[in-house]
Ligand binder design. Sequence first.
Ligand code: KDO
Length: 335
Amino acid sequence: MTLKLTRRLAMAAMVAAGSFTGAASFADGHAIQLRMSSSGSETDQRSVAMAEVFGPAVSGFASYEPSYNATLFDQGTELDAISRGNLEMSITSAQELAQFFPEFSIFATGYVHQDAAHQVRVFNDPLMDPFKQKVEDELGVKLLSVMYLGRRHVNLRQTREELDVQTPADLAGVNLRMPGTDAWQFLGAALGASPTPMAFSEVYTGLATGAVDGQDNPLPTVVDKKFYEVTKQIALTSHLVDLNYIAMSAATFNAMTPEQQLTVQRAADAAASVGRLRQLDLEANLTSFIEENGVEVYAPDTKAFREHVQAQYVGSEFAESWPDGLLDKINALGN
Ligand code: KDO
């Protein structure tokens, strides 16, 4: 693990130092190619906002080339690809960054972020500066803006009659699909379930075949990926107010003129903002659609979940990697 990481970081440093050649002109005649790899779908609001807001805003000097459903790079391999100079952009997560920098797990911890506005305040606060700097220096990746993914809930194949989820104890033995990194798996276990790693692109089939009992994602994702077709209940645990970061190759960004950099930064902020509002709107309005499709949506004992999840992190290897006092600073930026 250490060796692998060291080689990765060395490669990233080479890329960041400019020891790569990439200057050519692309399909639309621009010298700057911005290939963006996402495991999300084309209709996911983050993808839509990037295509409708970010792409057009940078089109005067760069060619924004998105690819969806992990067709270009597998989920979780995008940061490595950017770091090696094989990709320019991704919509990454704190959980993926925690694979390289464990302290990022604080932003992936259950019940830490309170809502979308809290995420933005945290991302723009000076407390994020050392995190952003480290990712840039050691991985060659620039975190431009924070995107709202939404409140993650537990979504199961079992009917509520078969399994009424009120507290973490009710999830004992439930084979819950979580994305495949340590921070995600820890969260699944902290919820009381038996977490199973599985790529996002495999979740629908995993639910349909019963390879897993359930998954956790925000309501807009349940609808976008049609998980309501293959599940019977959603317990509104809100265990993670989830975020993603718009990530760009630092080498690509640093090779731009100051004006271009400003345009890129503003475009990323504008896309994140548009995507956030749309996602919040969807989140607030999708419950009846999901219920009409035969999925029971209900509130469990969220206090029991919050207390249990938070207790699992105390003294964990993740919590040990968090800088002293950081959790208090994050909490102070909440409501
Ligand atoms: C998922 O795999 O469940 C997840 O929601 C995790 C997120 O961090 C993010 O990678 C997301 O998938 C993808 O963008 C697809 O929506």
